[in-house]
Design a protein around this ligand. Structure first.
Ligand SMILES: C[S@@+](CC[C@H](N)C(=O)[O-])C[C@H]1O[C@@H](n2cnc3c(N)ncnc32)[C@H](O)[C@@H]1O
Length: 200
């Protein structure tokens, strides 16, 4: 299935043919203004998506080669357990309507994939470990986080091997539940003992 896909282990790589941006949790690509860029590989594990990913793959173990990407986007599930987060809180009527229209309902947020807090944390830990492998040393990792179940502080503990460069607070009403906030976080790798040259 992967044979010939540009940028994969089995496909042609190198030169301008290289696809070096990854959307590691593509979902239905709702966050993107341009839904299909030839510069981005979209992956997801969920089969009932309206927009099919470039390939179905888990971001915990990808088919990509070491240091393939210069940028990775990661918008993981932020909910877990058998019962979805109570979206009745506060001002989320719009959001509830939106979810009702989806054939996959709340599963979009991953609550039925990761049954416990421990499983969700373990997933995020394994994904960030894989990103350490497939991201270039000077690459950038964008992570979207919504605090509905896990605080930002707890999330940042999982990203101990990453340096937080930027924290953008998303203030849209559809991204805020009571005092639970949503952020875009920008990370770079913490490189141990490596000095870069400013000039050659
Ligand atoms: C919050 S949604 C992403 C929404 C997406 N960014 C958008 O713009 O529509 C989280 C997505 O992560 C996917 N996901 C969960 N575990 C995954 C894994 N191990 N590998 C890849 N995708 C995963 C889910 O199937 C779901 O589509």
């Amino acid at each position: 299935m992967l044979a010939g896909l540009p940028g994969t282990k089995t496909g042609k790589t190198g030169g301008n043919n290289q696809v070096d941006i990854l959307d590691a949790t593509a979902g239905n690509r709702t966050m993107w203004q341009t839904k299909n860029s030839e510069n981005i590989i979209y992956i997801d594990i969920q089969k009932q998506l309206w927009v099919k990913p470039t390939i179905y793959a888990s971001n915990e173990q990808t088919p990509f080669r070491d240091k393939q990407f210069h940028t990775i986007f990661y918008d993981p599930p932020h909910d877990y357990g058998d019962k979805p987060f109570d979206f009745n809180m506060g001002k989320v009527a719009v959001h509830k309507q939106w979810l009702r229209k989806k054939p996959f309902g709340h599963t979009y947020y991953g609550w039925d994939i990761y049954k416990t807090k421990r499983e969700l944390i373990a997933h995020i830990w394994r994904a960030q470990k894989e990103f350490q492998r497939i991201l270039r040393d000077d690459g950038l990792l964008w992570v979207k986080w919504c605090e509905i179940r896990l605080s930002l502080k707890r999330l940042l503990n999982i990203f101990a091997d990453w340096r937080l460069l930027m924290k953008i607070h998303v203030k849209s009403p559809t991204q805020t539940w009571g005092n639970k906030q949503t952020y875009w976080l920008l990370f770079e790798k913490k490189l141990k003992g490596k000095q870069k040259q400013l000039f050659t």
